[in-house]
Write a protein that binds this ligand. Structure first.
Ligand code: ADP
Ligand code: MG
Length: 232
């Protein structure tokens, strides 16, 4: 699905050059659940950002199926992102004057949503919160709205950069389990940066990074059973 070949990224700020990615080679297969692990500053976000076209590469190529993302103009990339890619951010980017339902509706309006919105809200455990506004929801609930919104867009792949950063242990586990379930039940390819070692064990592939390099690629043969999450 995605092929990253010899990708380097150098950030230049004044006299200082940071080699954030050094000749990265990696593939993302359709339907995979991928976890990126590594210490702070190792290049995880940069890798996610260049793969998803939020940032440009300094060298190398990235293909998404037959499309060379590294050859697209900014405008073409924006369109490609809208049509094919989903994002879940740590700051959930919900619209404050819209309810949970309406925020998910926004995702559906952008993409080709094949799922009833109430089903999506049910999937993320927010049936009762359907008509609440973001300020009436906990952090975990807001994150789940953003998960449902990204699903409603029906992207080919969903990128998450430390989505549970501000949640407690129990809630972050649930959200990561939810992402895993989207991977199995909706067959979404998911790439997630997380520190949660337990979730890394459930990934098909773990990309371990350090100092801008992939130091280890771990493949797991995980059994994918759909599981029910109790949201409490
Ligand atoms: P991680 O997500 O693993 O914490 P990042 O990809 O954010 O790491 O950063 C990798 C390196 O690139 C770090 O040294 C960081 O300081 C540097 N960096 C990231 N973004 C920028 C930027 N916009 N300008 C300059 N340096 C950056
Ligand atoms: Mg980061």
């Amino acid at each position: 699905m995605i092929t990253v070949t010899d990708v380097s990224k150098v950030y230049q700020s004044g006299e200082v050059e940071t080699h954030a990615l050094k000749k990265i080679n990696v593939m993302i297969e359709n339907g995979e659940f991928i976890v990126i692990l590594g210490p702070s500053g190792s290049g995880k976000s940069t890798l996610l950002n260049v793969i998803s076209g939020l940032d440009t590469v300094t060298e190398g190529t990235i293909f998404f199926a037959e499309t060379e993302l590294t050859a697209l103009s900014e405008r073409e990339m924006t369109k490609f992102r809208r049509d094919h890619l989903g994002f879940i951010f740590q700051q959930y980017n919900l619209l404050q004057n819209l309810t949970a339902y309406e925020n998910v509706q926004i995702g559906a309006d952008i993409g080709q949503n094949p799922f009833p919105i109430d089903d999506l809200l049910g999937k993320v455990g927010l049936t009762k919160a359907r008509d609440k506004y973001p300020y009436q929801l906990s952090g975990g609930e807001q994150l789940r709205v953003s998960v449902a919104r990204s699903l409603a867009k029906n992207p080919d792949i969903i990128f998450c950069d430390e989505p549970t950063g501000s949640l407690d242990e129990i809630n972050s586990k649930k959200v990561l389990k939810l992402l895993q379930e989207l991977n199995t039940a909706y067959e979404k390819t998911i790439v997630v940066i997380t520190h949660n070692a337990g979730i890394a064990e459930m990934a098909d592939k773990v990309i371990k990074m350090n100092s801008g390099e992939i130091i280890e690629l771990i493949y797991h043969d995980v059994k994918k059973d759909a599981q029910d999450i109790s949201w409490g």
